[in-house]
Design a protein around this ligand. Structure first.
Ligand SMILES: NC(=O)c1ccc[n+]([C@@H]2O[C@H](COP(=O)([O-])OP(=O)(O)OC[C@H]3O[C@@H](n4cnc5c(N)ncnc54)[C@H](OP(=O)(O)O)[C@@H]3O)[C@@H](O)[C@H]2O)c1
Length: 319
């Protein structure tokens, strides 16, 4: 597709678009719970050359996976034209549950094999040994039920211990929060990934909409969705974010691009391991996000954004 860029996912043989589509929006958390609406969004993404779709078992407790699987079928998209990534929650990581959960995911997605199965978050309170679930996932690769294994929200130490459990394969990705205002992944996770040929799938690449320019300190809504109580939108933090949004707007004007497109372009330039997966609530938003690639801002503009971004302070201590 003209304008879309493609790349390999980590050391896999999967060819993916440089921008993916996040499918968390297809759940009550974000509000796209009507199937036809989700289908239009998926259709538009596919039409624009986006072939990388990120969902998870927990998104709408299966709803997002179901919508994605159904839409792919109804739109007549061939299986080998797209890459489906899903995630197994940190709560389902004992050996039996890994198999059972994967079987259900396959059914909801209506596919024979999942391209990328990610561990959604490390198990926090269940005391599952790391090697128990990593080996179960490796078994699923050998059984042909998943193609590649990815992690999500794993710190470097946890990535290392997870990788050590695998005998014949390696992980291909770690999916973490990364956007132009929340850059903690740059400290350790991204350098580690770059060194080891692991890709970073950037979640909340638009800072949940905070850097799109449509929310201003004056018109900040009382969110009824997943953003209610999100520290980014706390007035103290949002005033900081807004300083950067003004710069994103200014840079965007030079290129005929929106702040959202500039924000996505900036993270792609920040590291060649990064693949943003913005979520979209309408075909128009997908179209805008697809327009974040196929061009690059100048080094000077990238640096200006970098510097302003570094000067802003976000605190999670909001109460
Ligand atoms: N692994 C994990 O733990 C994890 C965690 C979070 C997310 N994710 C994944 O990452 C994906 C993206 O992250 P996210 O949903 O948190 O946030 P995001 O992509 O940063 O922001 C998405 C929101 O921004 C707004 N938006 C999107 N495109 C826009 C555009 N072009 N112009 C203006 N507004 C636009 C929409 O909300 P409004 O229109 O309502 O403002 C949309 O719901 C998710 O779908 C999911 O697949 C993974």
């Amino acid at each position: 597709m003209a304008g879309m860029e493609y790349r390999r996912l980590g050391k896999s043989d999967l060819k993916i678009s440089a921008i993916g589509l996040g499918a968390w929006q297809f759940s009550e958390a974000w509000g796209v719970v009507e199937y036809e609406k989700a289908k239009q969004i998926i259709a538009k993404a596919y039409e624009l050359g986006i072939n990388f779709f990120d969902t998870a078992m927990v998104y709408g407790r299966g709803l997002s996976e179901e919508f994605l699987g159904r839409a792919i079928r109804e739109l007549g998209i061939k299986r080998d034209e797209i890459v489906i990534a899903t995630k197994i929650p940190g709560d389902f990581l004992n050996r039996d549950d890994v198999f059972k959960a994967t079987e259900r995911s396959l059914r909801r997605l209506q596919v024979d094999v999942i391209d990328l199965m990610q561990v959604h978050w490390p198990p926090a309170w269940h005391n599952y040994p790391t090697c128990e679930y990593m080996r179960a996932l490796e078994k699923l690769v050998h059984l042909g039920k998943i193609r590649y294994i990815g992690l999500s929200n794993f710190a470097v130490e946890l990535m290392e211990s997870a990788r050590q459990c695998l005998s014949t394969i390696d992980i291909v990705s770690n999916q973490v929060r990364y956007n132009v205002v929340e850059r903690d992944a740059e400290k350790e996770i991204i350098p580690y990934a770059e060194k080891h040929g692991i890709d970073i799938i950037a979640w909340s690449p638009l800072a949940k909409g905070a850097v799109t320019g449509k929310y201003t300190p004056e018109n900040l809504p009382e969110f009824k969705d997943v953003r209610a109580g999100d520290p980014l939108f706390h007035p103290d933090n949002f005033r900081e974010v807004w300083r950067l949004v003004k710069v994103l707007k200014k840079v965007g004007e030079k290129y005929g691009k929106t702040p959202a497109q500039v924000a996505l372009n900036w993270i792609i330039m920040a590291s060649s391991t990064v693949i943003p997966i913005p979520g979209a609530k309408s075909p128009e938003q997908v179209e805008s996000n697809a327009g974040a690639v196929g061009w690059r801002m100048s080094f000077e503009d990238w640096l200006l954004i970098d510097q302003v971004s570094r000067s802003i302070r976000i605190t999670r201590v909001t109460w």
